[in-house]
Design a protein around this ligand. Sequence first.
Ligand SMILES: *Cc1c(COP(=O)(O)O)cnc(C)c1O
Length: 561
Amino acid sequence: MAHDAEAPSDIPFGPEDAPWQKTFSDLRLVGGLPYGTPPSADPRDAYIGVPEVPHAKVQLPPGGLDPGQYEEAEALFRSHIDTQTRNFAGYQVTSDLDYRPRLAHYLDRHLNNVGDPFQSSSYTLNSKVLERAVLDYFASLWHAKWPHDERDPESYWGYLLTMGSSEGNLYGLWNARDYLAGKRLRAHDRGTGVLTYEQAPKGEEHGPNAFHPIAFFSEDTHYSLTKAVRALAIDTFHAVGSTRYPNENPLRPGAPWPTEVPSTADGAIDIERLATLVRFFACRGYPILVSLNYGSTFKGAYDDVAAVARTVRGICTEYGLHRRRIRRAATDDHDERSGYWLHIDGALGAGYAPFLEMARNVGMVDQAPPVFDFRIADVHSLTMSGHKWFGTPWACGVFMTRTGLQMTPPKSSEYIGAADTTFAGSRNGFSALLMWDHLARHSYDDQVRLAAGCDRLAGYAHERLLDLQHRLGRDLWVARSPQALTVRFRQPRAEIVHRYSLAGETVPVNGVPRTYVHLYVMRHLSRELVDELIADLHRPGAFPPEPTADPPRRPRPRVVT
Ligand SMILES: *Cc1c(COP(=O)(O)O)cnc(C)c1O
């Protein structure tokens, strides 16, 4: 460390390299001592640096930066972000944005959509009028019944997320857990003004596991699902299998339970194995919670939602989990609900697949991904990120379910004047404005062209990488899952990974771990950038040499994207 010899009080800080305590004005010195704690070590050594944006220039002394210092710091950060934006090719996020000319005004307006999107409140600085327009747009696109009508259980209900699909997954699984565990439906409380987060009593027809939902998702699932089941204390088939039925793994008798449902090589959930696992738990009376991927994070694969729905419904019907009577405490009333829940994580795919389907229907592309939306009666909830396919400057998204599946919110919320039916408290009202702006300015036709263009460019990138593999005479592991907007290949050297922001993942292939990266074709990507990347990959040394010995076997690390 560079500053071992220095006392913490001498650590240079901020653009002037002055000791932190010397940056205080007299006004803030009390008894000669600065307010707050001084640094106990040099933050410039403690944190990862960004070479283009030196720590010193952006550190924040208590007195702030003067105009010249601000200008210099902001220029460095801007140039760094603009360079990375130009070459951004490894994540499923659109970086070609143009909201500023119309929406800069709103950066100086507070917009907060706190509470239910369909209820107005005394909190008038909101954009719920735009949020409802955006929700209706997606309800139609995803074949749900709209408009939302609180008296119609078949109509959709949803809201715009303040986080991305991670929040949609969390909310969907929360709703699913309480639904399957026999909590009270929201419909019961409508009009009564009283909320009760009530647990239904078990009837004689309910076995010991009847209110103990078990979660299933594939090994290609985004890490937010693992986080959601942790946060919500939902048991996975792995957790219950390994503790209650340790020697009964139905996929491989005697072997440990897999942590997730196996996938095919393309990255889609293996339906036969899913069925075996679901049957194991359904026949013991556990309700079934399945989360499916529609555009998996790394391979861009689509789970076959319709086939899974048929399979899960069929198995659940055999074991009386198809329709269940759930009593209401202290009354003779009951409701009838399914003993399974299908959540669709369409973070990326739910945004463009409808347009690819339209493109296929008019012959612009040969194939489209399988149907995933509310046309499938067993789809209970669906989420999509707004910043991925559509493109926004920050995370946002859509959550959608049916009104009849909503659970009672935990507490009434008179203070905000709207039911607290969403996950967040304050919700980002600017995001509704961004999505509304985007949809208002891009017709279906525009979006069909964009989606078909990306599909073609992904095909082009795939061909160019296969061609490169041929020219280099080396297996670069080039692969594209059917209709995916991503192409994966062997990880090149670090400079190239950084230059194009290529995301990596280590996947075992025949037991040997391989570190892949992928290229994601979003609408900002051009043929020129694909060609540039191919040229960089063609240079000598672009790929590290093969290791001589077989690398040791190790478990597959989860990658963070
Ligand atoms: C990106 C992604 C998520 C998480 O979405 P965020 O918007 O980052 O919260 C969830 N699922 C899949 C399949 C994803 O690709």
